[in-house]
Design a protein around this ligand. Structure first.
Ligand code: DAH
Length: 346
């Protein structure tokens, strides 16, 4: 009896050692290796359970002696399986991700130079106390023309200048339409700028396009005078073009202002482009302005005996051309990345 137990016990020791050795040396490179490992060791008829049968034949004392070792062997082999599985999954993931390849770079976009110019101008007017308002690009005849005192037969109403959407509805030809919408709200005083895109049926060339951008300005209050207008525009020019920029006002005509003027800035004729831009005069027109016509105030239910105001309309695209040295207006809008990439720092 003692001899038998001895033999059983010696067998158990050897079998445990062998099993652990075989398991440790088992090479697992692929998922099917892993599966074979599982079948060999871990399933019901696998080697661990076969060893369990040997264990079961031991007597009580021997069971006590080898129980712990058997359990630890079993746990070690299960752990070998888990470690191998984790390693395999990591390998599979790294094969998909290729973490040694360089990453993809997402290119940074840049602000469009027209947007940058619009924002810079807007910021200056905001500092001067103007709020910002917007209006629709598809506009009716009243807001684009009639309320602004355009006579019925005014050439601007002509099909040749205006893109009509349907009868009496058109793409706005100027941002002055937003003035009317603001005044119609009945809120007073008004001190706003209205930036936006406008449309005109014009032949496309280096200097004109069928759409462009304006900033409209409107100041309505009691006792607003032409000198307020001059000072506001003068401040704007000093900020935007530099502190020594010279300006001049020339008498002009617009249906919606009386008196009306155009404002020029002085560029000089020293460089060839300034010479060409100013047609040899040194002066470049940048905006139209004037005192809001009393008819316009009355059309918008503002008492022209009590209130007065000034308005101006500034062409953004031409100023952006000047500021960024762009010679052809069309390059702003043809979407060529090489052109736009030059403004990445704006
Ligand atoms: N709306 C005019 C245009 O598009 C520009 C303009 C001139 C706007 C005088 C004004 C203004 O507000 O007072 O040519």
């Amino acid at each position: 009896m003692t001899r038998l137990v001895f033999f059983a016990s010696a067998k158990m020791k050897r079998e445990i050692e062998d099993l652990l050795k075989v398991a440790k040396e088992y090479e697992i490179e692929t998922s099917s290796d892993l599966e074979n490992f599982r079948i060999k060791f871990l399933v019901k008829k696998g080697l661990i359970n076969q060893l369990l049968q040997v264990f079961k034949n031991l007597n009580g004392d021997e069971k006590k002696r080898w129980g712990k070792e058997f359990n630890e062997t079993k746990i070690s082999i299960e752990q070998l399986y888990i470690d191998a599985e984790v390693k395999l999954r990591k390998k599979e993931i790294s094969e998909v991700i290729h973490d040694d390849l360089p990453g993809y770079f997402n290119e940074m976009g840049s602000r469009h130079p027209i947007s940058a110019a619009l924002e810079e101008m807007t910021a200056i007017f905001e500092r001067l106390g103007f709020s910002v308002a917007e209006g629709p690009e598809i506009e009716d005849d009243w807001h684009n023309f009639s309320a602004l005192n355009f006579p019925d037969n005014h050439p601007a109403r002509d099909m040749q200048d205006t893109f009509f959407v349907e009868d009496e509805i058109a793409l706005r030809t100027h941002t002055s339409s937003v003035q009317v919408r603001l005044m119609e709200t009945g809120q007073k005083p008004i001190r706003s700028i209205m930036p936006g895109r406008v449309y005109r049926n014009e032949a496309i060339s280096a200097r004109s396009n069928c759409f462009f951008h304006q900033i409209e300005g409107l100041y309505i209050d009691k006792g607003v005078s032409f000198s307020d207008l001059k000072q506001t525009l003068y401040n704007f020019v000093q900020e935007f073009f530099g502190p020594n920029t010279k300006v001049r006002f020339r008498a002009s005509y617009f249906p919606f202002t009386e008196p009306s003027a155009e404002m020029d800035i002085f560029l000089g004729t020293e460089t060839e482009s300034d010479y060409r831009l100013t047609k040899g005069t040194g002066w470049l027109e940048i905006l139209g302005c004037g005192m809001v016509d009393s008819n316009v105030l009355e059309n918008c239910n503002i008492n022209s005996k009590e209130y007065s105001g000034f308005a101006f309309g500034l062409g953004v695209d031409r100023i952006a051309m000047l500021k960024y040295g762009v010679k052809d207006l069309r390059t702003f809008f043809n979407g060529d990345k090489r052109f736009l990439d030059q403004f990445i720092s704006l």
